[in-house]
Design a protein around this ligand. Structure first.
Ligand SMILES: [Zn+2]
Length: 234
């Protein structure tokens, strides 16, 4: 059996370990960041996708086509509406009508060309969009879960930090200072003796050290300098 003081110190150590574990868990809390990053990459891919460019061009071409057809209608009306007074004027109008028709044909050809390529591009885009929706949903879910976890951890952290001063008060100040000094250097201040080894660093402990621990002496691991705790039940 370890001395009562070492048992109390072990309790403090367990609380400190719990606090440390909570801090690590809080720092590692992702909250859907990985999904958010993946969604960001996908969004950029979608924004730069050729389908979008082709789609924008098609919209523009359709507008141009509409105004070209309006122009043609007006020219036809001018030509055949009875306001033309000379052959020269009629020739000029006819030439303009021909040029406008050629312009209309060019626009129609380009639109057809775009439409042909749009099928597979659209399928690809839809696929990317579907993936993006999935990532966004996963990010939202992970974020909500992280909030729940965070709240839980905050409660546990508050409990542990509240408990700590009481536990620390029960330890001899000299031993406590020694323990805190090791803790600052090593992260944790104590280790168990397990199968003749230090449970923290795995170092094989000399008989003398194990015997010392069994005799309730404050002994430390030669390798990691943590205070060793021996308990039959452990
Ligand atoms: Zn050790």
């Amino acid at each position: 059996m370890a001395s009562l003081e070492l048992t109390r110190l072990w309790k403090l150590h367990e609380t400190d370990e719990a606090i440390l574990g909570l801090q690590k868990r809080a720092a590692a809390l992702d909250g859907g960041k990985k999904f958010q990053e993946a969604a960001k990459i996908l969004s950029a891919q979608i924004a730069a996708h050729p389908y979008r460019k082709a789609h924008a061009e098609a919209l523009d071409l359709n507008l141009q086509l509409k105004s070209t057809e309006d122009k043609l209608k007006k020219l036809d009306k001018d030509l055949f509406g009875g306001s033309v007074t000379s052959t020269r004027e009629a020739d000029t109008l006819q030439k303009e009508i021909d040029a406008t028709k050629r312009q209309r044909d060019r626009l129609t050809d380009r639109l057809l060309e775009l439409e042909e390529g749009q099928g597979p591009q659209k399928a690809e885009m839809d696929d990317l969009q579907k993936k993006l929706d999935q990532y966004n949903a996963a990010a939202k879910k992970a974020h909500a879960e992280a909030l729940v976890q965070q709240k839980q951890m905050q409660t546990e952290y508050a409990d542990a930090t509240k408990k700590r001063p009481e536990l620390a008060k029960s330890i001899n100040p000299g031993l406590l200072a020694r323990y805190d000094g090791i803790r600052k250097k090593q992260g944790t201040g104590m280790a168990r003796i397990k199968g003749g080894s230090c449970s923290a660093c795995g170092m094989n402990l000399p008989e003398k050290t194990i015997l010392g621990a069994k005799e309730d002496k404050v002994v430390t691991c030669e390798a990691c300098h943590r205070i060793l705790y021996f308990h039959e039940g452990l």
